[in-house]
Design a protein around this ligand. Structure first.
Ligand SMILES: COc1ccc(OC)c(-c2cc(C(C)=O)n3cccnc23)c1
Length: 121
């Protein structure tokens, strides 16, 4: 039986791709889909030293840069915290980041992850 390309991926990569898809659904406006552009966010690269976005996370999964689930979760938190640092409370981006962070972490609790655990075997 020939494995499909996705099934050939490392178990961790398959799990992270699944988690990423679920997190992206919480960003309907795609504010977090791509790197923030200094042209739309004045002085962004001077304020945010470690930018992060969903496309970069996806690339890191594909490049097998994540050695653990915790490293993936750290980048997700970094992405949300960057937005809450750069954007003032009350702005659409600060509110979107706070909502995304809370919704995302709820999906990443041990209770939610245990059923996916068999993807790591
Ligand atoms: C209004 O449409 C978009 C489209 C893409 C964006 O970032 C990828 C953003 C965006 C995303 C952000 C964040 C996440 O801080 N941001 C901050 C200031 C100005 N624009 C943004 C907005």
């Amino acid at each position: 039986c020939v494995l499909k390309a996705s099934q050939k991926r490392r178990p961790l990569s398959r799990l992270l791709e699944q988690l990423l898809r679920n997190l992206e659904k919480r960003d309907p406006n795609q504010f977090f889909a791509w790197p923030v552009n200094d042209n739309f966010a004045p002085n962004y690269s001077n304020i945010i030293k470690r930018p992060m976005d969903f496309s970069t996370i996806k690339q890191k999964i594909d490049d097998n840069e994540y050695k653990s689930l915790n490293c993936f979760i750290s980048d997700f938190k970094l992405m949300c915290n960057n937005a809450m640092k750069y954007n003032k409370p009350g702005t659409v981006y600060h509110k979107a980041a706070k909502r995304l962070l809370h919704a995302g972490l709820k999906q990443l609790t041990p209770q939610k992850l245990r059923p996916l655990g068999n993807m790591l075997t």
